[in-house]
Write a protein that binds this ligand. Structure first.
Ligand code: CMP
Length: 140
């Protein structure tokens, strides 16, 4: 099934100039980039994006981190794109991430874990709409 998913290259990765290396891993996995932009989130925008985690003890630290520098947000498309991108990213905690994954290669810790990817079709739709309107997504 062809799906879309939202990717974020997080501030820990943009700060180390890893955008190109991470996008190459995404493209090498066969995922197509159909929208992309670099933005610097405000605290409010980061809180809105991660609202589902607002009751978690790490929420304040996570949203501070997410607005500490620029992020690259993109829409990825492909066969089973949601699970495929989650495989390419690796486990949330880089200590548990498999060899060959983005987080194994680049993540610093469970919070500064370099990338975000949607976890289900409903969240993908909500997360894509948080950053992009339909005119900004190319038809593949
Ligand atoms: P992400 O896939 O973007 O989804 C939620 C984010 O919260 C996660 O990646 C991490 O950046 C962060 N996160 C998840 N669990 C923890 C934790 N236990 N401590 C700190 N940050 C966390």
């Amino acid at each position: 099934m062809t799906q879309q998913t939202l990717s974020i290259i997080k501030p820990d990765a943009t700060q180390r100039n890893l955008q190109g290396a991470i996008l190459k891993m995404i493209q090498d996995a066969g995922l197509k980039i159909t929208a992309m932009k670099m933005i610097h989130l405000s605290k409010k925008q980061a809180e809105g994006f991660y609202a589902v985690h607002s009751d978690k003890p790490f929420f304040d630290s996570l949203t501070d981190f997410m607005c500490s520098g620029p992020v690259v947000v993109s829409v990825l498309e492909g066969q089973d794109a949601i699970s495929k991108y989650r495989e390419v990213m690796g486990a949330t905690n880089p200590a548990n991430a498999d060899e060959g994954t983005i987080r194994k290669a680049f993540a610093l810790d469970i919070e500064k874990n370099s990338v975000h990817g949607s976890d289900a079709p409903e969240t993908a739709a909500t997360e894509i709409a948080y950053f992009f309107n339909q005119l900004e997504i190319v038809r593949s």
